[in-house]
Design a protein around this ligand. Structure first.
Ligand code: NDP
Length: 245
């Protein structure tokens, strides 16, 4: 049975495109207040304006998740403006696939910085707030890559295994009023793969992406996890195209 949604204040990282943008739209449409964050401020401002015009509650705030100080400031500003922050959707990520022997070390570092350090920064900025207010919900967008490694995905998968482990650690160490959810999508139709620079990985990805699900499918899964009664903690959802192996 569908529950009536309690209005929550939700901060979404990487809300300028793909899964983050779709999640922001789904959650705002469901009645939550959504803070869209990303580096491409023109995009988050445009989406927040669209949502507001449609009668929903949304705002945009610039945030580079690799900047711990900025993450802290944004989270505290949200609490100052709204009195609380209920949910952090840690979605920002990059997937710069390549074989290890291509040695694209700068891209390895970028994935580590955004996909892992970005989550550290989110936890550091929001865990004290969740503790202070007596509850909160961490949603981490990991990947099917947190469960399997394929050729070219070693570093990306390593960052997503780390995302899984961090979220599980939060579950074990947090009081029951703090819930945690890891969302592990298969192939989703977004801009993610467009940033791959390695020709071999780009070609392999073209085949891999022959079956796709939509970003809003992931937004709906996140809404499902948020919408459970406070004593129900949906710890992990894996969803993929039914044709994906
Ligand atoms: P997109 O490329 O469409 O979105 C990535 C988002 O991350 C953008 O909004 C981008 O915003 C943001 N981002 C990148 N770097 C930073 C940064 N330093 N600080 C803040 N935001 C940043 O891809 P998806 O929507 O697909 O990706 C979202 C998440 O889903 C990622 O974590 C990805 O690993 C995961 N995922 C995606 C799958 C897929 O098939 N698409 C499958 C499994 C998991 P901006 O550049 O404006 O800062």
């Amino acid at each position: 049975m569908t529950q009536t949604l309690e209005r929550k204040v939700v901060l979404v990282t990487g809300a300028s495109s793909g899964i983050g943008a779709a999640t922001a739209r789904t959650l705002a449409t469901a009645g939550h207040h959504v803070i869209l964050t990303a580096r491409r401020t023109d995009r988050i401002k445009a989406l927040a304006a669209d949502l507001t015009t449609d009668g929903h509650s949304a705002e945009a705030r610039p945030l580079d998740v690799t900047d711990a100080g900025q993450f802290h400031e944004v989270a505290e500003e949200v609490v100052n403006s709204h009195g609380r922050l209920d949910v952090l959707v840690g979605n920002a990520g990059v997937m710069l696939l390549s074989r290890l022997d291509a040695l694209l070390v700068e891209e390895w570092d970028r994935m580590l910085d955004v996909n892992v350090r970005g989550l550290f920064n989110g936890i550091a900025a929001t865990l004290p707030i969740f503790r202070r207010q007596g509850g909160g919900h961490f949603v981490t967008v990991a990947s099917i890559g947190a469960h399997q490694v394929v050729e070219t995905s070693a570093i990306y998968s390593a960052t997503k295994y780390a995302a899984w482990a961090l979220t599980e650690g939060l579950r074990l160490e947090s009081e029951p009023s703090i819930r945690v959810t890891t969302i592990s999508p298969g192939v989703v139709d977004t801009e993610l793969a467009d940033h791959i620079t390695d020709p071999f990985a780009a070609e392999s990805m073209r085949e891999y992406r022959s079956a796709l699900i939509r970003p809003e499918d992931i937004g709906n899964a996140i809404a499902y996890a948020l919408n459970q009664p406070a004593d129900v903690d949906v710890n992990e959802i894996i969803l993929r195209p039914s044709a994906q192996r």
